[in-house]
Design a protein. Structure first.
Length: 264
C-alpha cells in the first residue's frame, strides 16, 4: 500500500514538473522569457515550447492592433476649454516586445501612449480658436497623430487617432451657432440680391434688343419701301383671299368660288 502511494506521488510530481517545463504562446502574442528575474533578449514566438521548470516564466505580450479610448482636456488659442474624446489605435512590433516589458510597468498604453497622445493633442488645439477646432476636426486630428508618433518613436506603432467628440462650453456653443445662423442668412440675402440683379439685367438686355430690332426695321422701311411687300410674301400661306374689294374703296365686294380658285 505504501509503495502504491509512493508511486502515485511520483507520477503526480512528474506531471507537475512536465507541465511546468512547457508553455504555449497564443496566436497574436509573443512570449517574454523571465528566469529568476532575468529577462531574455529573445522573445518566444507563438506556439508550444519547453522551459526550465519552476524557475522560468513566459509572459505573453500582445502584438495585435489594439484600440483604447482616451479623454483630453485642452485649451484653444482664444483660451477656451475644449474637452475631447479619442479612440487610439496602436500595436506593439515584435522588435519592441522585450524592451517594453523591461522599461514600462503594466500596460504600455497607460504608461507610454496615453500621456504622449494627450500632450500632442493639446499642442495641436493650442494653435487654433475653439470655432476652428470644431470646423477643422480632421486637420487637428492629423496634426495630433503626427506629433504623437514623433513623441512615442518606433517603440510602439500608433496607427491612428480618431476624435470621437468635441465638447465646448454651453455659452460658446450658443455663440458659434448664432454666428453660423447669421452667416447663412447673409449668404441667402446675397443670393437673392444677385438673382434680382440678374433678372433686371435680363429685362434690360431684352428691351434693348427689341428696341434695336424696331430701329433696324424702321431704317429698312425708310430706305426700301419694297421691304413691306417682302414681309407680306414671307408671311403669306399660299392661299388666295376669298373676298375682293372694289377699286379705291368703291364697287361691290365679291366672294370668289372656292372651286374656281382650286381649278385655277
Amino acid at each position: 500500500m505504501a509503495r502504491l502511494i509512493g508511486v502515485a506521488i511520483l507520477i503526480f510530481v512528474i506531471i507537475i514538473a512536465a507541465s511546468s517545463a512547457s508553455y504555449v504562446v497564443q496566436p497574436g502574442f509573443r512570449g517574454v522569457e523571465v528566469t529568476l528575474g532575468k529577462v531574455s533578449t529573445v522573445f518566444k514566438p507563438e506556439g508550444f515550447g519547453w522551459k526550465t521548470p519552476f524557475i522560468t516564466t513566459i509572459v505573453p505580450v500582445s502584438v495585435r492592433q489594439q484600440t483604447r479610448e482616451l479623454t483630453a482636456d485642452c485649451y484653444s488659442s482664444d483660451l477656451q476649454q475644449v474637452k475631447t474624446e479619442l479612440r487610439v489605435l496602436y500595436k506593439i512590433p515584435e522588435s519592441s516586445v522585450v524592451k517594453i516589458y523591461q522599461q514600462f510597468a503594466g500596460d504600455p498604453f497607460d504608461s507610454l501612449i496615453a500621456p504622449r497622445v494627450q500632450e500632442a493633442l493639446k499642442e495641436a488645439t493650442a494653435l487654433d480658436s475653439a470655432e476652428q477646432i470644431v470646423k477643422q476636426r480632421e486637420a487637428i486630428k492629423s496634426a495630433a497623430l503626427i506629433a504623437a508618433q514623433k513623441k512615442v518613436g518606433d517603440i510602439v506603432v500608433i496607427v491612428d487617432v480618431v476624435i470621437q467628440n468635441i465638447d465646448l462650453s454651453h455659452e460658446l456653443e450658443t455663440a458659434i451657432e448664432s454666428k453660423m445662423v447669421m452667416q447663412q442668412e447673409a449668404a441667402k440675402a446675397s443670393f437673392t440680391q444677385q438673382k434680382a440683379q440678374i433678372e433686371a439685367d435680363t429685362v434690360i438686355i431684352k428691351a434693348k434688343g427689341d428696341a434695336e430690332s424696331i430701329r433696324i426695321r424702321g431704317e429698312a422701311l425708310k430706305l426700301t419701301p419694297a421691304f413691306i411687300d417682302l414681309q407680306i410674301v414671307e408671311k403669306w400661306d399660299g392661299k388666295a383671299p376669298l373676298y375682293v374689294g372694289g377699286a379705291n374703296g368703291g364697287g361691290v365686294n365679291m366672294l370668289l368660288p372656292t372651286v374656281d380658285l382650286k381649278n385655277k
